[in-house]
Design a binder for this molecule. Structure first.
Ligand code: BTN
Length: 325
Protein backbone atom coordinates (compact mmCIF):
# COMPACT_ATOMS: atom_id res chain seq x y z
CA UNK A 1 0.00 0.00 0.00
CA UNK A 2 1.33 3.41 -0.98
CA UNK A 3 0.87 4.96 2.46
CA UNK A 4 3.19 2.48 4.14
CA UNK A 5 5.78 2.88 1.41
CA UNK A 6 5.64 6.62 2.07
CA UNK A 7 6.00 5.97 5.80
CA UNK A 8 9.07 3.84 5.19
CA UNK A 9 10.72 6.57 3.14
CA UNK A 10 9.87 9.23 5.76
CA UNK A 11 11.28 7.04 8.51
CA UNK A 12 14.48 6.44 6.62
CA UNK A 13 14.80 10.16 5.97
CA UNK A 14 15.03 10.89 9.72
CA UNK A 15 13.48 14.26 10.37
CA UNK A 16 14.50 15.83 7.08
CA UNK A 17 11.99 17.08 4.55
CA UNK A 18 11.38 15.18 1.35
CA UNK A 19 9.40 16.76 -1.46
CA UNK A 20 6.13 15.39 -2.79
CA UNK A 21 7.73 15.31 -6.22
CA UNK A 22 10.61 13.13 -5.06
CA UNK A 23 8.22 10.82 -3.21
CA UNK A 24 6.07 10.42 -6.30
CA UNK A 25 9.01 9.70 -8.58
CA UNK A 26 10.56 7.22 -6.09
CA UNK A 27 7.31 5.33 -5.70
CA UNK A 28 6.17 5.72 -9.31
CA UNK A 29 2.77 7.12 -8.34
CA UNK A 30 1.02 10.46 -8.91
CA UNK A 31 1.36 13.50 -6.63
CA UNK A 32 -2.33 13.05 -5.76
CA UNK A 33 -1.63 9.50 -4.59
CA UNK A 34 1.16 10.85 -2.37
CA UNK A 35 -1.14 13.52 -0.95
CA UNK A 36 -3.85 10.92 -0.22
CA UNK A 37 -1.30 8.59 1.35
CA UNK A 38 0.02 11.36 3.62
CA UNK A 39 -3.52 12.25 4.73
CA UNK A 40 -4.36 8.67 5.47
CA UNK A 41 -1.19 8.29 7.57
CA UNK A 42 -2.12 11.45 9.47
CA UNK A 43 -5.60 10.02 10.11
CA UNK A 44 -3.98 6.94 11.59
CA UNK A 45 -2.12 9.13 14.08
CA UNK A 46 1.29 9.61 12.47
CA UNK A 47 2.56 13.14 12.98
CA UNK A 48 3.65 14.44 9.59
CA UNK A 49 4.60 18.02 8.89
CA UNK A 50 4.01 19.35 5.37
CA UNK A 51 5.54 22.68 4.23
CA UNK A 52 5.06 24.23 0.81
CA UNK A 53 8.25 24.12 -1.30
CA UNK A 54 9.93 21.87 1.24
CA UNK A 55 7.84 18.71 1.37
CA UNK A 56 7.04 16.33 4.18
CA UNK A 57 8.74 14.97 7.27
CA UNK A 58 7.84 12.75 10.17
CA UNK A 59 7.97 14.95 13.27
CA UNK A 60 7.16 12.41 15.93
CA UNK A 61 7.09 8.73 15.19
CA UNK A 62 4.24 7.70 17.45
CA UNK A 63 5.23 4.13 18.02
CA UNK A 64 2.07 2.68 19.38
CA UNK A 65 -0.21 2.72 16.37
CA UNK A 66 -1.74 -0.69 15.97
CA UNK A 67 -1.74 -1.76 12.35
CA UNK A 68 -1.01 -4.88 10.34
CA UNK A 69 1.97 -3.06 8.81
CA UNK A 70 3.59 -2.17 12.15
CA UNK A 71 3.02 -5.63 13.64
CA UNK A 72 4.28 -7.52 10.59
CA UNK A 73 7.33 -5.28 10.53
CA UNK A 74 8.60 -6.96 13.68
CA UNK A 75 7.16 -10.44 14.08
CA UNK A 76 8.39 -13.64 12.56
CA UNK A 77 5.31 -15.91 12.53
CA UNK A 78 4.57 -18.19 9.62
CA UNK A 79 1.21 -19.65 10.58
CA UNK A 80 -0.42 -17.11 12.89
CA UNK A 81 -1.16 -13.61 11.65
CA UNK A 82 -0.75 -14.29 7.94
CA UNK A 83 -3.62 -11.83 7.81
CA UNK A 84 -4.16 -9.33 10.63
CA UNK A 85 -7.37 -7.32 10.63
CA UNK A 86 -7.03 -4.14 12.71
CA UNK A 87 -10.02 -2.06 13.76
CA UNK A 88 -10.07 1.30 15.47
CA UNK A 89 -13.36 0.45 17.15
CA UNK A 90 -15.42 -2.73 17.17
CA UNK A 91 -18.00 -4.29 19.50
CA UNK A 92 -15.85 -7.34 20.27
CA UNK A 93 -13.06 -9.05 18.35
CA UNK A 94 -14.39 -12.47 19.42
CA UNK A 95 -17.88 -11.57 18.19
CA UNK A 96 -16.37 -10.39 14.90
CA UNK A 97 -14.73 -13.79 14.44
CA UNK A 98 -17.94 -15.63 15.17
CA UNK A 99 -19.88 -13.50 12.70
CA UNK A 100 -17.27 -13.78 9.97
CA UNK A 101 -15.92 -17.29 10.47
CA UNK A 102 -16.97 -18.28 6.94
CA UNK A 103 -14.37 -16.06 5.27
CA UNK A 104 -11.64 -16.04 7.91
CA UNK A 105 -8.70 -18.40 7.49
CA UNK A 106 -6.78 -20.48 10.00
CA UNK A 107 -4.33 -18.26 11.90
CA UNK A 108 -6.05 -14.96 11.09
CA UNK A 109 -5.80 -12.39 13.87
CA UNK A 110 -8.30 -9.64 14.69
CA UNK A 111 -7.16 -6.68 16.79
CA UNK A 112 -9.03 -3.61 17.96
CA UNK A 113 -7.86 -0.36 19.50
CA UNK A 114 -11.16 -0.16 21.36
CA UNK A 115 -14.05 -2.54 22.05
CA UNK A 116 -17.52 -1.24 22.81
CA UNK A 117 -18.75 -4.61 24.07
CA UNK A 118 -15.66 -6.57 25.02
CA UNK A 119 -16.78 -9.93 26.37
CA UNK A 120 -15.32 -11.72 29.35
CA UNK A 121 -15.95 -15.18 30.78
CA UNK A 122 -19.29 -15.94 32.38
CA UNK A 123 -21.13 -13.23 30.42
CA UNK A 124 -19.06 -10.47 32.02
CA UNK A 125 -18.02 -7.31 30.18
CA UNK A 126 -14.32 -6.84 29.50
CA UNK A 127 -13.49 -3.15 29.91
CA UNK A 128 -11.74 -2.16 26.65
CA UNK A 129 -11.06 1.59 26.36
CA UNK A 130 -9.34 3.24 23.41
CA UNK A 131 -5.56 3.21 22.96
CA UNK A 132 -5.05 1.45 26.28
CA UNK A 133 -5.09 -2.28 25.92
CA UNK A 134 -4.50 -5.26 23.72
CA UNK A 135 -7.79 -6.71 22.48
CA UNK A 136 -7.00 -9.55 20.14
CA UNK A 137 -8.64 -12.71 18.81
CA UNK A 138 -6.88 -15.58 17.10
CA UNK A 139 -8.87 -17.80 14.75
CA UNK A 140 -7.87 -21.46 14.60
CA UNK A 141 -9.15 -24.20 12.33
CA UNK A 142 -6.29 -26.70 12.29
CA UNK A 143 -4.98 -29.09 14.89
CA UNK A 144 -7.92 -28.54 17.24
CA UNK A 145 -9.67 -31.19 19.26
CA UNK A 146 -12.51 -31.12 21.69
CA UNK A 147 -10.25 -31.95 24.60
CA UNK A 148 -7.69 -29.33 23.70
CA UNK A 149 -9.90 -26.31 24.42
CA UNK A 150 -8.65 -25.79 27.95
CA UNK A 151 -5.13 -26.65 26.85
CA UNK A 152 -5.30 -23.85 24.29
CA UNK A 153 -6.27 -21.35 26.99
CA UNK A 154 -3.39 -22.58 29.11
CA UNK A 155 -0.94 -22.28 26.22
CA UNK A 156 -2.24 -18.75 25.58
CA UNK A 157 -1.81 -17.73 29.21
CA UNK A 158 1.76 -19.03 29.17
CA UNK A 159 2.45 -17.19 25.91
CA UNK A 160 1.14 -13.90 27.33
CA UNK A 161 3.24 -14.31 30.49
CA UNK A 162 6.38 -15.00 28.48
CA UNK A 163 5.69 -12.12 26.11
CA UNK A 164 5.19 -9.70 29.02
CA UNK A 165 8.46 -10.90 30.53
CA UNK A 166 10.36 -10.42 27.29
CA UNK A 167 8.88 -6.97 26.62
CA UNK A 168 9.09 -5.55 30.14
CA UNK A 169 11.53 -7.72 32.08
CA UNK A 170 8.81 -8.23 34.67
CA UNK A 171 7.16 -11.58 35.58
CA UNK A 172 3.43 -11.31 36.24
CA UNK A 173 1.55 -13.88 38.32
CA UNK A 174 -0.22 -16.60 36.40
CA UNK A 175 -3.41 -17.48 38.23
CA UNK A 176 -5.77 -20.21 37.18
CA UNK A 177 -7.99 -18.11 34.94
CA UNK A 178 -6.20 -14.81 34.63
CA UNK A 179 -2.86 -13.04 34.86
CA UNK A 180 -2.32 -10.53 37.62
CA UNK A 181 0.07 -8.28 39.46
CA UNK A 182 -0.22 -7.60 43.18
CA UNK A 183 -3.54 -9.46 43.48
CA UNK A 184 -5.09 -7.40 40.65
CA UNK A 185 -5.99 -8.61 37.16
CA UNK A 186 -4.15 -7.46 34.03
CA UNK A 187 -5.17 -10.12 31.52
CA UNK A 188 -8.07 -12.44 30.82
CA UNK A 189 -8.67 -14.93 28.05
CA UNK A 190 -11.96 -16.03 26.51
CA UNK A 191 -11.65 -19.17 24.41
CA UNK A 192 -14.73 -20.08 22.41
CA UNK A 193 -15.46 -22.80 19.91
CA UNK A 194 -18.11 -23.70 17.38
CA UNK A 195 -19.21 -27.31 17.16
CA UNK A 196 -21.01 -29.10 14.37
CA UNK A 197 -24.35 -30.15 15.86
CA UNK A 198 -24.59 -33.70 14.49
CA UNK A 199 -21.03 -34.91 14.87
CA UNK A 200 -19.70 -32.69 17.64
CA UNK A 201 -16.72 -31.93 15.41
CA UNK A 202 -15.04 -28.62 16.20
CA UNK A 203 -15.38 -26.20 13.30
CA UNK A 204 -13.15 -23.51 14.71
CA UNK A 205 -11.79 -22.03 17.92
CA UNK A 206 -11.30 -18.39 18.77
CA UNK A 207 -8.85 -17.38 21.47
CA UNK A 208 -9.69 -13.89 22.73
CA UNK A 209 -6.93 -12.19 24.70
CA UNK A 210 -7.52 -8.97 26.64
CA UNK A 211 -4.66 -7.17 28.41
CA UNK A 212 -4.75 -3.93 30.39
CA UNK A 213 -1.58 -2.35 29.07
CA UNK A 214 -1.42 1.43 29.26
CA UNK A 215 -4.60 2.21 31.21
CA UNK A 216 -4.07 5.04 33.67
CA UNK A 217 -7.39 4.57 35.37
CA UNK A 218 -10.37 2.23 35.73
CA UNK A 219 -14.04 2.89 36.46
CA UNK A 220 -14.96 2.81 40.15
CA UNK A 221 -16.45 -0.68 40.06
CA UNK A 222 -13.29 -2.18 38.52
CA UNK A 223 -10.59 -0.27 40.39
CA UNK A 224 -10.21 -2.72 43.25
CA UNK A 225 -9.73 -5.76 41.09
CA UNK A 226 -7.96 -4.46 37.98
CA UNK A 227 -4.68 -2.83 37.15
CA UNK A 228 -2.52 -2.28 34.06
CA UNK A 229 1.09 -2.95 33.17
CA UNK A 230 1.69 0.80 33.00
CA UNK A 231 0.25 1.47 36.44
CA UNK A 232 2.31 -1.30 38.00
CA UNK A 233 5.57 -0.81 36.14
CA UNK A 234 5.37 2.95 35.89
CA UNK A 235 6.19 3.09 32.20
CA UNK A 236 4.35 3.08 28.90
CA UNK A 237 4.43 -0.25 27.11
CA UNK A 238 4.57 -0.60 23.34
CA UNK A 239 1.49 -2.61 22.39
CA UNK A 240 2.73 -3.48 18.91
CA UNK A 241 5.81 -5.19 20.34
CA UNK A 242 3.73 -6.99 22.94
CA UNK A 243 1.25 -8.26 20.35
CA UNK A 244 3.95 -9.53 18.03
CA UNK A 245 5.79 -11.22 20.90
CA UNK A 246 2.55 -12.96 22.00
CA UNK A 247 1.99 -14.24 18.47
CA UNK A 248 5.58 -15.49 18.29
CA UNK A 249 5.23 -17.31 21.62
CA UNK A 250 1.85 -18.78 20.64
CA UNK A 251 3.15 -20.00 17.33
CA UNK A 252 6.11 -21.71 19.00
CA UNK A 253 3.82 -23.43 21.43
CA UNK A 254 0.76 -24.48 19.45
CA UNK A 255 1.65 -24.46 15.76
CA UNK A 256 3.78 -27.53 15.51
CA UNK A 257 3.16 -31.21 15.18
CA UNK A 258 4.48 -31.84 18.66
CA UNK A 259 1.91 -29.57 20.27
CA UNK A 260 -0.44 -32.29 21.49
CA UNK A 261 2.37 -34.63 22.51
CA UNK A 262 3.92 -31.64 24.30
CA UNK A 263 0.77 -31.38 26.39
CA UNK A 264 2.55 -32.68 29.49
CA UNK A 265 5.32 -30.12 29.10
CA UNK A 266 2.82 -27.27 28.70
CA UNK A 267 0.84 -28.40 31.75
CA UNK A 268 4.02 -28.81 33.79
CA UNK A 269 5.08 -25.25 33.00
CA UNK A 270 1.60 -24.01 33.83
CA UNK A 271 1.56 -25.83 37.17
CA UNK A 272 4.98 -24.44 38.05
CA UNK A 273 3.91 -20.91 37.25
CA UNK A 274 0.49 -20.97 38.92
CA UNK A 275 1.86 -22.41 42.17
CA UNK A 276 -1.70 -23.49 42.80
CA UNK A 277 -1.18 -27.08 43.86
CA UNK A 278 -1.71 -27.60 47.58
CA UNK A 279 -3.65 -24.35 47.97
CA UNK A 280 -7.01 -24.15 49.72
CA UNK A 281 -9.47 -22.58 47.35
CA UNK A 282 -13.05 -21.57 46.84
CA UNK A 283 -14.54 -21.77 43.34
CA UNK A 284 -17.86 -20.38 42.21
CA UNK A 285 -19.26 -22.39 39.32
CA UNK A 286 -22.61 -20.92 38.25
CA UNK A 287 -24.55 -20.81 41.53
CA UNK A 288 -22.53 -23.52 43.19
CA UNK A 289 -19.62 -22.90 45.54
CA UNK A 290 -16.93 -25.56 45.83
CA UNK A 291 -14.46 -25.45 48.70
CA UNK A 292 -11.41 -27.67 48.93
CA UNK A 293 -7.73 -28.14 48.25
CA UNK A 294 -6.14 -28.30 44.80
CA UNK A 295 -4.32 -31.60 44.53
CA UNK A 296 -3.48 -31.55 40.85
CA UNK A 297 -4.29 -30.54 37.30
CA UNK A 298 -5.54 -33.25 34.96
CA UNK A 299 -4.41 -33.94 31.37
CA UNK A 300 -7.05 -31.56 30.01
CA UNK A 301 -6.12 -28.69 32.28
CA UNK A 302 -8.93 -29.15 34.82
CA UNK A 303 -8.29 -28.49 38.52
CA UNK A 304 -8.57 -31.60 40.69
CA UNK A 305 -10.08 -30.53 43.99
CA UNK A 306 -10.21 -32.60 47.13
CA UNK A 307 -13.28 -31.48 49.05
CA UNK A 308 -13.75 -31.59 52.80
CA UNK A 309 -15.83 -34.81 52.45
CA UNK A 310 -12.71 -36.31 50.75
CA UNK A 311 -14.52 -36.59 47.41
CA UNK A 312 -12.67 -35.40 44.31
CA UNK A 313 -14.10 -32.97 41.80
CA UNK A 314 -12.57 -31.71 38.55
CA UNK A 315 -13.35 -28.12 37.56
CA UNK A 316 -12.63 -26.49 34.20
CA UNK A 317 -14.20 -23.08 34.60
CA UNK A 318 -15.26 -20.84 37.44
CA UNK A 319 -14.33 -17.88 39.61
CA UNK A 320 -11.46 -18.95 41.81
CA UNK A 321 -10.40 -17.48 45.12
CA UNK A 322 -7.36 -18.68 47.04
CA UNK A 323 -8.13 -18.88 50.74
CA UNK A 324 -5.70 -17.70 53.37
CA UNK A 325 -3.85 -20.53 55.12
C1 BTN B 1 -12.03 -12.71 31.12
O1 BTN B 1 -11.10 -12.56 31.89
O2 BTN B 1 -13.19 -12.72 31.55
C2 BTN B 1 -11.77 -12.89 29.66
C3 BTN B 1 -11.58 -11.58 28.95
C4 BTN B 1 -11.31 -11.72 27.47
C5 BTN B 1 -11.29 -10.39 26.77
C6 BTN B 1 -10.84 -10.50 25.34
S1 BTN B 1 -10.49 -8.94 24.61
C7 BTN B 1 -10.38 -9.66 23.06
C8 BTN B 1 -11.49 -10.68 22.97
N1 BTN B 1 -12.72 -10.05 22.54
C9 BTN B 1 -13.64 -10.09 23.49
O3 BTN B 1 -14.78 -9.60 23.40
N2 BTN B 1 -13.17 -10.71 24.58
C10 BTN B 1 -11.81 -11.16 24.38
Amino acid sequence: MTKYKILEILRNNDENFISGELLSSRLGVSRTAIWKGINSLKEKGYKIEGIRNKGYRLTYDKEDIISEYEIKNIFSCKELGRKIYCFEKINSTNTYVKENNNFLKHGDVIIADEQTRGRGRNEKIFYSPKESGVYMSIFLKKNIFYDSLKLLSIASFLSVCKAIEKCTGFSPNLNWNDIGINEKKICGILTEGSFEGETGRIEYIVIGIGINVNNLDFPKNLKDKNTSLRLELNKEINRTKLISQILDEMENMICNKKYISNRKKILKEYIERTKIIGKNIEIKVMNKKIIGKVIGINELGGLIISKSNKKLEVIYNGELKICEE
